[in-house]
Write a protein of this length. Structure first.
Length: 96
């Protein structure tokens, strides 16, 4: 994954997060579908595969290295395999 300076926007409707930490759609099909359902509430006929999800939609235990990341030991905040977003914009609370 390359880093770029473009400001990304979270794909979740109603989420105004424009931070730097975003997660891209996972390769695993099942997990991918769960992400898409979280964003669209269903599997749409067409969707934009360049989906970005900010960290706010995941619970703390969805991350592999939250502690390391917070302590500055890791540059990238990694999601656990199969981590699915569950926190909607109205429920978000600062994880980081
Ligand atoms: Zn978001």
């Amino acid at each position: 994954m390359t880093s770029c300076n473009h400001r990304r926007k979270c794909s979740v409707q109603g989420c105004m997060e424009k931070g730097d930490i975003f997660h891209i759609l996972p390769k695993d099909l099942k997990t991918r579908q769960a992400w898409i359902i979280f964003v669209h509430q269903r599997i749409p006929a067409k969707f934009y595969p360049q989906m970005f999800m900010c960290s706010k939609h995941f619970t703390k235990d969805s991350f592999q290295n939250l502690r390391h990341f917070k302590a500055g030991f890791a540059k990238l905040l990694l999601l656990k395999r199969g981590a699915v977003p569950t926190v909607s914009p109205s429920q978000t609370q600062a994880v980081l």
